[in-house]
Design a protein around this ligand. Structure first.
Ligand SMILES: Nc1nc2c(ncn2[C@@H]2O[C@H](COP(=O)(O)OP(=O)(O)O)[C@@H](O)[C@H]2O)c(=O)[nH]1
Ligand SMILES: [Mg+2]
Ligand SMILES: [Zn+2]
Length: 298
């Protein structure tokens, strides 16, 4: 139900337990199904991890950070104000798709009218790529989002200040109380601002609130996955003269042709090449054994 880095809150049939993993390295995520054994009053030990259907996580050359397991929908929350990072949004959407999750962009704070046009213009590019965008004001009315999360385990992801927790409080009756309970149960205080929490909405729906992100590394994606993650690259897959074309300077590069024709924007190609550089760096670190293995499922 909640992941606090080194310890977790696990919901059992009749009570919640504060649980610690058996191994030092913590490898569980909010939304995981785990087996626990009791270990003192209100405490337990995680001894088993059941199969994951999806996994959302980020990674750089040295670390990986699990965000949510078994979620079905990533809600990328952006706002009219403060301005959001395009780069972070694009990476979030790609991690979601690569991890087997559906995506939805929520543009929050549409009540801040003077910022609305700029935010909409920003999101135009994503809509053109086929991403769904829902506009709302979390403070006034979250109805547009209610229908989208029926039957879903939806995880809210975004920079700090976009309104994720406000959305949770509007969508989940008693969410504030639940948050207080969880931090009391952990009695630590140290990690309370950095944890991920799952709120049950009904039998089939849940909402996961996650801490604000400043970066979203995709070093775990293979090159082929990266190419597939760029939706507008897909029609040109395999069309370059060289099978291992880097799309930088090779002759007869289908991606460069699409760029010249305006079907791929310079900004997206630049992001792709940057992600390739990050991947190459992570691979070089992996060879020295510094980089972590991919978590299950591979
Ligand atoms: N004007 C306006 N402010 C909002 C809205 N939703 C959230 N906020 C404010 O934005 C700030 C950040 O919200 P919060 O939910 O903590 O963001 P989080 O960091 O993404 O969880 C808070 O001061 C909220 O009251 C909205 O729809 N309109
Ligand atoms: Mg928050
Ligand atoms: Zn190419």
């Amino acid at each position: 139900m909640a992941a606090h880095g080194r310890h977790y809150v696990v919901d059992c049939a009749d009570r919640s337990l504060t649980c610690f993993p058996r191994a030092k390295r913590s490898e569980y995520a909010c939304g995981d199904l785990v087996g626990v054994e009791a270990a003192g009053t209100g405490q337990g030990r995680i001894v088993e991890l059941f199969e994951r259907h999806t996994l959302l996580y980020r990674s750089d050359a040295f670390r990986q950070k699990l965000i949510a397991a078994n979620a079905t929908l990533v809600i990328a929350v952006v706002a009219t104000d403060p301005p959001f990072s395009d780069d972070l949004l694009a990476r979030t959407l790609m991690a979601a798709e690569a991890g087997g999750l559906d995506t939805l962009i929520v543009l929050n704070k549409v009540d801040l009218a003077d910022r609305l046009d700029a935010a909409r213009a920003h999101l135009q590019e994503y809509q053109a790529l086929g991403y769904r965008v829902t506009e709302l004001c979390a403070r006034r009315d979250v109805a547009p989002l209610r229908a989208a999360i029926v039957g879903q385990v939806a995880v809210l992801v975004g920079q700090s200040g976009m309104g994720k927790s406000t959305l949770v409080n509007a969508l989940v009756p008693g969410a504030r109380a639940a948050t207080a309970e969880i931090s009391r149960a952990l009695a630590s205080g140290r990690h309370t601002t950095t944890h991920t929490t799952l709120y049950r909405l009904d039998e089939s729906s849940a909402l996961i609130d996650s801490p604000g992100l400043q970066s979203f590394g995709l070093a775990h994606l293979q090159r082929s996955e990266l190419e597939a993650a760029f939706r507008e690259f897909r029609p040109h897959a395999g069309a370059c003269r060289f099978r291992d074309c880097s799309h930088r300077s090779e002759p007869d590069c289908a991606i460069r042709v699409a760029l010249a024709a305006g079907r791929i924007t310079p900004r997206r190609l630049e992001l792709f090449l940057r992600l390739c550089d990050e991947l190459e760096y992570a691979d070089s670190q992996r060879q020295t054994g510094a980089a972590p293995r991919r978590p299950s499922p591979a």
